[in-house]
Design a protein around this ligand. Structure first.
Ligand SMILES: NC(=O)c1ccc[n+]([C@@H]2O[C@H](COP(=O)([O-])OP(=O)(O)OC[C@H]3O[C@@H](n4cnc5c(N)ncnc54)[C@H](O)[C@@H]3O)[C@@H](O)[C@H]2O)c1
Length: 417
């Protein structure tokens, strides 16, 4: 299915893609075995619709670790993986600045792609990516973000059902240790895609855009660099308005002081049970004597094989989340809970439990969207138009923070498919 700008279904067959898919199983390649790539693999392994046939990473340590564990082709570059002709689709989990290059590479080889957020660092790159997949007739999905969380999709379905009346306000708040996790140098440089505006705010913007279902027309924001040793935006608050009058506020802080998982019964972002560990991420960072040592530790500890990929079997995991999410509609408020969502109406409240069928509920939804698009021709929600719209809003948040003024959007390109 091609990724049409108007959101209409294209066909896989006309570009010869579906003929390569045998027995309904998609051959998937993983490009990048770092934190995001390794984090996605458990969902791939537990999904029988996909077979991981190839991985690529220039880092020999990660390749070695992976090769020990799996019988699968291992390449040292994305180009070599593509030349290997062994994938129908790839999951691109490389640093932001490579997203455009890798999506275009995949499209050129007629390979479908999921690309990690943010879609790219500039709107021009987003357009290049969309042009390439349009020309190739391949699928492009931008994920994973927390807008794929089952609870967010359940809230969207209730809003769309009309049973709670008009959506008026969306509120998201998240306080984490983001800035003090081990980083590559560019992750602390806003001009290279560092900081929360390119890395964390896209989760919130994607979520509110998915729920609102109309275009962002206005953005006013303030963000701050509070630690000169980590010289990139670490906290932000923003007010966004949509074309249908819906308004949203989002607040994020990654300074490892307050942890808003305290408001979520100590369930972490991926649904894992966690214990309060106030300030510990910042303290652990103190052991590194240079940014090089910090970046190396990031790869060793967070890349493939650096930490357990699945929860211990006796551990109950909950729904993934990205902090507090509350929506206000005409006839009800709805908030996310650790097990699902709670709907507060005039006559009382009711929790809707979402069964945890998978160890990676949010991430398996990305695979659903990819599979449905490639095999069943269902237009993906998180396509290149959607990904571009989220980047446009994030760039507007950055611009408004710098200019201390409202940024108006409305050229139509940010609109949802
Ligand atoms: N959705 C999420 O929850 C989530 C979480 C973390 C990161 N991310 C996103 O994933 C992307 C990667 O971030 P990360 O934290 O995994 O970074 P990382 O540094 O841990 O991993 C990136 C990997 O890409 C590899 N790489 C670099 N150049 C490559 C190339 N040319 N070909 C193939 N592989 C190459 C690196 O060796 C590294 O192993 C970023 O865009 C980030 O925003 C998303």
């Amino acid at each position: 299915m091609s990724e049409n700008r108007d959101g209409a279904n294209g066909t896989v067959d006309s570009h010869g893609q579906s003929t390569r898919i045998s027995n309904g199983t998609l051959r998937l390649g993983m490009i990048g075995l770092g934190l995001a790539g390794a984090g996605m693999l458990p969902a791939v392994f537990e999904d029988s619709r996909f077979k991981l046939t190839a991985v690529a990473d220039p880092n020999p340590l990660l390749r070695e670790r992976f090769a020990k564990d799996h019988d699968c082709r291992v390449f040292d570059s994305a180009e070599a993986l593509m030349e290997g002709d062994c994938v129908d689709a790839v999951y691109i989990a490389t640093p932001h600045q490579l997203h455009c290059e890798h999506v275009v590479l995949a499209a050129t080889h007629g390979v479908h792609a999921v690309v990690e957020k943010p879609m790219a660092l500039t709107l021009e790159d987003c357009d290049r990516m969309r042009d390439a997949v349009d020309r190739a007739g391949t699928v492009l999905i931008v994920g994973h973000t927390h807008s794929f969380d089952p609870a967010v999709l359940a809230i969207r379905d209730i809003i769309r059902s009309g049973s709670v009346g008009r959506l008026a306000i969306i509120s998201m708040i998240n306080y984490t240790d983001f800035l003090y996790r081990p980083r590559r140098p560019e992750e602390l440089d806003t001009s290279k895609g560092g900081g929360i505006l390119f890395n964390q705010i896209p989760h919130q913007v994607d979520t509110i855009r998915l729920l609102a279902g109309s275009d962002v027309t206005s953005v006013r924001a303030a963000s701050h660099v509070l630690d000169p040793a980590r010289p990139t935006e670490g906290c932000c608050t923003a007010f966004l308005e949509f074309s249908d009058g819906t308004a949203a506020t989002l607040t994020y802080s990654g300074y490892d002081h307050f942890d808003s998982d305290e408001f979520h019964e100590w369930v972490g972002e991926n649904g894992q049970p966690k214990k309060p560990s106030h300030g510990s991420t910042r303290q652990k960072l103190g052991v590194f004597s240079s940014s090089r040592e910090e970046a190396e530790a990031r790869t060793t500890r967070l890349g493939y094989g650096g930490r357990p990929m699945n929860p211990a079997t006796d551990e109950k995991w909950f729904q993934p989340h990205f902090g507090t999410l509350i929506v206000t509609c005409e006839h009800a408020d709805i908030r996310q809970t650790k097990d699902g969502i709670r709907v507060y109406r005039n006559d009382g409240s009711e929790e809707v439990i979402i069964p945890c069928a998978s160890t990676r509920p949010g991430r398996s939804k990305v695979l659903d969207e990819l599979y449905d698009a490639v095999v069943h021709g269902i237009a993906p929600v998180h396509n290149g138009v959607f990904g571009r719209g989220t980047l446009e809003a994030c760039l507007a948040i950055l611009e408004s923070s710098r200019s201390h003024a409202e940024v108006r959007l409305g050229n139509g390109l940010g609109e949802q498919a």
